[in-house]
Design a protein around this ligand. Structure first.
Ligand code: UD1
Length: 342
């Protein structure tokens, strides 16, 4: 098949590109090479891959990009938690206006197959289990609670502690920061577009993606890259809160495999797929694994916090396995060792 891959020069995009080529597809990459991400040397695509350098908000460039393709994988986005509220317009514009422009161009060119990079942060705090009230959705964490070291969100009904649960794709969407909101809006626009055009959408809700090529030393870097950079400088990883926040660290090659499977196989309606390894870890555990691999300083638990952070994000990726036949292959300690060595 012939695919347009937006964001193909990015961290996840480059792995998706390799996977698409390995599966024998033709690929046109569309990327703005935005300077807040592409700080180093200029990226050059592999031979036989056409690169169009343009912004996804540029309607005429996008109209050219969608010509002659069977489907689009839309990975181009502004990622991360952002620096502060001043980032809001850029999340809305880069992610949501960009997606709207792309969808309009796809409809006009009769390209009706979309694979969208979405995120687990769409679920907010997800689900917790209360002994008395069963599965509940915790509310936003208050600054006062965080400042006094109460990091766990309690049951919204009785205030009792919650035990962990894995969210499915049917959990309510509850974005708690600008990036998360922009991802939810992308999904809604894509669903509206599918209804109007008869198009198909696979929205891949990625967990915390890590692996070789992770962006480093930018305000938008993920925690595994931040810790790797600190350890390489001889510093200790600075772990926020008490280090007990749970995430599912999923290797970028597993994520690329899931994304390409969805692009190849999903051919009816709108479907969300969680993409996680299935084994949640704490941020503290991850910091220790990297420190051990890099023979570096042990993590420091700082008690600091960021207001936009959710406490736990852990999901169930059964749908991706049963419907698309995906299996994550890279085990956590091997993946972290590879990241440390990369
Ligand atoms: C990450 C991704 C987001 C993706 C989501 C999916 C980044 C920047 N964010 O969000 O794009 O959609 O996963 O689940 O890649 N932390 C520390 N020390 C630090 C920095 C962070 O302890 O120096 C902690 C944070 O408090 C947080 C956790 O690490 O609890 C993860 O933070 P981060 O990597 O920024 O990612 P998410 O918010 O999980």
């Amino acid at each position: 098949m012939k695919f347009l891959l937006t964001g193909g020069a990015g961290f996840i995009g480059q792995h998706v590109l390799r996977r698409l080529l390995a599966r024998g597809h033709d690929v046109r990459v569309f990327d703005s090479l935005r300077p807040d991400v592409h700080t180093g040397a200029c990226w050059t695509p592999p031979a036989n891959v056409e690169l169009q350098i343009a912004d996804v908000r540029d309607a005429s460039a996008v109209a050219r990009a969608v010509q002659g393709v069977d489907g689009v994988l839309h990975m181009a986005a502004k990622v991360g938690l952002g620096v502060d509220v001043g980032d809001l317009p850029d999340y809305a514009s880069s992610n949501d206006v960009g997606t709207a422009v792309l969808l309009a161009a796809m409809a006009k060119a009769n390209v009706l197959r979309l694979t969208l990079a979405s995120s687990m942060v769409a679920y907010g705090e997800g689900i917790g289990l209360c002994r008395e009230h069963g599965a509940v959705t915790p509310g936003p964490r208050m600054e006062k609670a965080l400042a006094s070291g109460q990091f766990e969100p309690p049951c919204p009904h009785c205030g009792q502690p919650l035990s962990p649960a894995l969210v499915s794709e049917n959990a309510p969407l509850d974005p708690r920061n600008a990036y998360a909101s922009s991802k939810v809006v992308q999904e809604f626009y894509a669903a509206n577009w599918a209804r109007l055009t008869g198009g198909t959408v696979a929205a891949l809700r990625y967990h915390n993606v890590y692996g070789p090529g992770m962006p480093r030393d930018t305000p938008y870097a993920g925690v595994a890259a931040i810790f790797t950079s600190a350890l390489r400088r001889g510093d200790a990883p600075m772990v926020f809160e008490d280090g007990g926040q749970r995430r599912d660290f999923v290797h970028v090659r597993d994520v690329a495999a899931a994304t390409v499977l969805a692009a190849e196989k999903h051919d009816s309606g709108v479907r969300a797929f969680n993409v996680g390894s299935g084994t949640p870890r704490t941020v503290g555990e991850m910091a220790t694994a990297l420190a051990v691999s890099l023979h570096g300083r042990l993590p420091i638990i700082t008690g600091r916090y960021r207001l936009g952070d959710v406490r736990h994000i852990t999901a169930n990726s059964t749908r991706l396995k049963t419907e698309l036949g995906w299996r994550p292959e890279i085990e956590f300690s091997a993946g972290m060792a590879e990241l440390a060595a990369s």
